[in-house]
Design a protein around this ligand. Structure first.
Ligand code: 6IA
Length: 134
């Protein structure tokens, strides 16, 4: 099973540790194609000249993936774009969301029957992923 994990990068890296935990748990269920999203130092490695390369590579990875798991608590244009792209390819899409003050998920996600939105707490990551994949 090829898993595309999506999480905010330029939208803000406050949740990068949560992304890493999710990715580590996802590895029990398949190959995670986007492990870099959980890299705490990702922004320091950024090179704007590579944007076209990043876009094309990520699109290719979405096409190759069987399932999309997106952490949507921190809003991100890129994550929203990836979800929409995956939806058009009829991929299975799970959106994980932590109830935090001041953070609300876009109606374009919560109102979309093709996205399964799952509310969770950080300490529930492993149970939540088990419920998705087993
Ligand atoms: O708008 P955002 O930057 O928050 O979008 C985040 C989403 O877009 C993630 O789910 C990624 O799959 C994708 N994405 C955005 N930027 C990158 C990226 N940056 N590398 C890989 N995927 C990305 C540069 C990394 C650096 C090592 C050169």
């Amino acid at each position: 099973m090829k898993i595309y994990f999506a999480g905010s990068i330029r939208g803000g890296r406050d949740d990068s540790i949560v992304y890493k935990k999710i990715i580590d748990n996802l590895k029990e269920y398949g190959e995670v194609l986007t492990e870099h999203v959980g890299n705490e130092n990702l922004l320091s490695l950024e090179d704007n000249n590579k944007d076209e390369y990043i876009y094309k590579r990520d699109i290719d990875l979405i096409e190759k993936s069987d399932v999309i798991v997106a952490e949507v608590t921190n809003p991100s244009l890129g994550v929203g774009y990836e979800i929409a792209y995956a939806e058009k390819l009829n991929k299975k899409i799970f959106c994980l969301y932590r109830q935090l003050e001041g953070k609300k998920v876009s109606a374009m996600i919560t109102g979309n029957s093709n996205c399964k939105v799952i509310h969770y707490k950080e300490e529930e990551i492993s149970e939540v992923l088990e419920s998705i994949f087993k």
